[in-house]
Design a protein around this ligand. Structure first.
Ligand SMILES: Cc1ncc(COP(=O)(O)O)c(C=O)c1O
Length: 408
């Protein structure tokens, strides 16, 4: 991967930066936390909120019904799905929960997951293990730190009812082989749930190619949408077989005193009340991303992240921790002689945003690598090469100040 400047077709850096007011304020390398939204997104949210205040919440929703509906189309287009296969919820975790807790898992059934699984997902496995007696098996990593597809194949048997993995782990730059795992799930006939919280918006996603039954994601990260938005894709099989774990007046109709009917589309996984403004903003974000082009976004994100890793590797005392053969916009590292929180705080004083990924969020992987926490610098296509270089210079200066020496 070259570390030079790459501006793929579809991305005019000065334009996308001008669309993003936050670019003038900070070097934002916390896109895996929440990206800076383009102004069109915040404008849409603010305008709708103002309208709501003027004419009433229900009345504004009615007036904007087509726009609100268009968010389903925009997300479906982004994922290669149909609008009726999309549910809009509050965050990625709730999207994931609605799929997972709805699955008919019983005593003795096996769940296969990955070593870099996100904490909230793993907590759910542990809870279901406690209450329903399911077995949770962790697929080993291959030598690159990715889910080992051969090992996964060996673990498959008739008891495996679910393969549930994270596409891009929260704590590193690798991309798990989602489509290869999808092939295994299809051959075994088990359900496949993919946590794509960190991948949607930074790379092209095609649910048909991946072959998942469910895919959960969020609005605020690489998709650059508003906070408090999440969504779930459900395959036709999932829609015909999986009931939501709880229902309300959106998910179902009370057809008679003792009867109800669950709706047939993915909105069975939603609940009635929602924030119309952020839902509209999410649609705008999805269309904005599609307008730039996910292929172009992916190329640029990879190129910037690769440059960042290269620059960091030049600094004595920095260890870049990312694994994986395909690497994305998440760059993780450790500084010798300065802890992740101290580094984050020192960078924040220079108006540079990063986050710290603590072991508790990906315990199996982090414990195995003996890493209590690491610095996570996550780039997006609107970041510039100059920002990457300034970031590396700031890190070098901070380490220099501490008199850091390279680790043995
Ligand atoms: C891999 C992964 N899955 C799920 C989540 C949870 O997303 P949300 O906060 O939108 O529920 C995160 C958040 O950082 C994540 O990194």
């Amino acid at each position: 991967m070259s570390v030079g400047t790459t501006l793929p077709a579809g991305i005019d850096l000065s334009t996308v930066r001008a669309h993003t007011p936050g670019c003038a304020e900070v070097i934002h390398f916390n896109n895996a936390g929440a990206a800076l939204p383009p102004k069109v997104v915040t404008d849409a949210v603010l305008q709708y909120t103002a309208h709501e205040a003027l004419i009433g919440g229900y009345e504004a929703a009615e007036a904007a019904a087509d726009t609100i509906r268009s968010t389903y189309d925009a997300l479906a287009t982004l994922l290669g799905a149909e609008a009726h296969q999309i549910a809009l919820v509050e965050n990625a975790t709730r999207a994931w929960d609605m799929a997972f807790y709805g699955l008919p898992l019983e005593r003795g059934d096996r769940i296969l997951t990955c070593r870099s699984e996100y904490a909230s997902n793993f907590l759910a496995y542990l809870q279901v293990r406690r209450h329903r007696g399911v077995v949770v098996d962790v697929i080993p990593d291959n030598e690159y730190g990715e889910v080992d597809t051969d090992a996964a194949a060996r673990l498959l048997d008739d008891d495996v009812k679910l393969i549930s993995i994270t596409h891009v782990p929260t704590n590193g730059g690798l991309v798990n082989p989602a489509a290869a795992i999808g092939q295994l799930a299809r051959s075994a006939g088990c359900y496949y749930l993919l946590d794509a919280c960190q991948s949607v918006g930074q790379m092209p996603i095609d649910v048909a190619a991946i072959g998942c039954d469910f895919l959960s994601s969020t609005g605020r990260k690489f998709l650059r949408g508003p906070r408090g938005t999440g969504f779930l894709y459900a395959s036709e099989r999932a829609l015909s077989e999986v009931e939501p774990p709880f229902i309300d007046g959106r998910a179902a109709t009370w057809t008679g005193t003792d009867t109800f009917e669950i709706r047939s589309d993915a909105r069975r996984f939603e609940n009635w009340e929602f924030n119309c403004a952020t839902r509209i903003g999410l649609g705008v974000a999805a269309r904005y991303a599609a307008g730039i082009g996910l292929e172009s976004i992916w190329q640029r994100v990879q190129s910037l992240a690769s440059r960042l890793r290269a620059r960091l590797r030049e600094i004595p005392g920095i260890t870049v921790c990312d694994r994986g053969r395909t690497q994305c916009g998440i760059v993780t590292f450790l500084g010798h002689g300065i802890g992740p929180e101290a580094l984050k705080a020192a960078l924040a004083r220079r108006r540079i945003n990063v986050s710290v990924s603590d072991a508790a969020w990906t315990r199996i992987d982090m414990d195995a690598r003996g890493i209590p926490a690491l610095v996570r610098a996550s780039v997006h296509y609107y970041n510039s090469e100059e920002e990457v270089d300034a970031f590396a210079a700031a890190v070098a200066a901070l380490l220099g100040k501490r008199g850091a020496t390279p680790p043995e």
